[in-house]
Write a protein that binds this ligand. Structure first.
Ligand SMILES: Nc1ncnc2c1ncn2[C@@H]1O[C@H](COP(=O)(O)OP(=O)(O)OP(=O)(O)O)[C@@H](O)[C@H]1O
Ligand SMILES: [Mg+2]
Length: 372
């Protein structure tokens, strides 16, 4: 029997809890070619939500393009990959594709590989001297394709704030300039570095200023989790008490990934007829995430680590105050300022209702239990 709770990979709608309102809203926005910014801390389920919406849109006959900027390493790479994704999304026959490409690209920048089954893959290799012209074509392509083939497109840029790594401001300008008059394309900009991303759409110095609706992704409410968990356990003929579900949700607080992880681990123990208490569960969750957390931790400078230790022990409205610096041995206020700036930008800490705290609740636990 395979565990029905899924921790990574493509969205599996059987392991997908609720999000009905968000899904419907995004579906309607994309269908009417609106632009939306979707943001939340890491692992709240943005990508799963997006992929679910893209499935819905495809069923309606729209073409959908999904590009994750996390894996893009240069402006040229971005343009080539984007071009390929747009063209592939159109699901044209090889002949149509060839005709369309030779018209659009005037034969210069692309190669089409045809295989025996009449399947094709489109490959681009753009010379740096051709890049500006290529970008002009590519960034207009969704609208051109929508007009030509009579169907709307949805374009998703996931981890869009990562554009900052690729000559960002210039690219922001270029993309905004070409896409702003697209009437048949819905653009969805998603990301987990909330400050960076939201700033791109709310700071008037940025080209995307006020160009899209802001939509935060929240945690999932307990009532939805209860039904979801109950259903997956009973379908596998495993038992789980309502009050235990409630206790687990008190720990995970409806965080999408951690709730999925908790019940994944409980399902494993339960299918092996092993006992599972809340303390066992917390230990198992920390062990499961250990490598990820070590990875984050090892990439931080000492003063950033010290600030996280301080915040794990004591959240505060005044991290620069003398007594806070002293009691947590943080050194100078300017060190802490630098650490705050960096950790906020990376969305590792946040300031909400005036209090600075660590965003990821399990990471905080890990610091308290494994670092100290
Ligand atoms: N609606 C949901 N129902 C159940 N589990 C979910 C849901 N959304 C997300 N998850 C769980 O959380 C995991 C992370 O989701 P996802 O990758 O979509 O998050 P994300 O916000 O895109 O994260 P990141 O910011 O790291 O890219 C999924 O693999 C899944 O285990
Ligand atoms: Mg994601």
């Amino acid at each position: 029997m395979a565990n029905p709770f899924k921790l990574r990979g493509e969205v599996d709608l059987r392991s997908f809890c609720n999000r009905a309102d968000e899904r419907r809203q995004l579906f309607l926005d994309m269908k009417s070619s609106q632009s939306v910014v979707l943001y939340s801390p890491r692992r709240y389920g943005k990508t799963w939500l997006i992929k679910a919406v893209l499935k819905d849109l495809k069923k309606e006959g729209l073409s959908t393009v999904y590009l994750d900027l996390f894996a893009i390493y240069s402006r040229q790479h971005f343009a080539e990959k984007y071009a390929r994704e747009i063209l592939t999304s159109l699901a044209l026959s090889a002949r149509e594709m060839e005709a369309f490409c030779s018209e659009i690209f005037i034969g210069r920048n692309y190669r089409i590989f045809l295989s025996v089954q009449n399947k094709y893959s489109v490959e681009f290799s753009v010379l740096p001297t051709d890049l500006n012209r290529f970008e002009e074509i590519i960034y207009n392509l969704p609208q051109i394709a929508a007009e030509r083939f009579g169907k709307e497109l949805t374009v998703v840029f996931d981890e869009f704030q990562d554009i900052n790594r690729l000559n960002g401001e210039q690219m922001e300008k270029v993309i905004r300039a070409y896409t702003q008059n697209h009437t048949r394309v819905g653009y969805l900009f998603a990301g987990s570095k909330r400050r960076l991303l939201v700033n791109m759409f709310t700071d008037e110095r940025h080209p995307f200023y006020r160009s899209a609706r802001l939509m935060p992704v929240a945690k999932i409410a307990d009532t939805h989790w209860k039904d979801f968990v109950k259903r997956l356990f009973t379908q596998d003929k495993l038992e789980i008490e309502d009050c235990f579900i409630k206790d687990v949700l008190r720990i995970t607080q409806g965080h999408p990934y951690y709730t999925q992880l908790a019940f994944y681990l409980i399902w494993n123990l339960s299918s092996e007829k092993k006992e599972c208490s809340l303390s066992i569960l917390e230990e198992e969750m920390l062990s499961y995430q250990n490598d990820d957390f070590i990875n984050i931790w090892d990439n931080l400078t000492l003063s950033r680590q010290l600030l996280l230790i301080a915040l794990a022990r004591e959240e505060t409205a005044h991290p620069y105050a003398g007594d806070y610096l002293l009691s947590h041995r943080l050194g100078s206020a300017s060190n802490v300022q630098e650490a705050v700036r960096y950790l906020e930008r990376e969305d590792i800490i946040e300031r909400s209702e005036n209090i600075y705290r660590i965003v990821d609740p399990l990471f905080r636990q890990w610091i308290l239990k494994r670092v100290l």
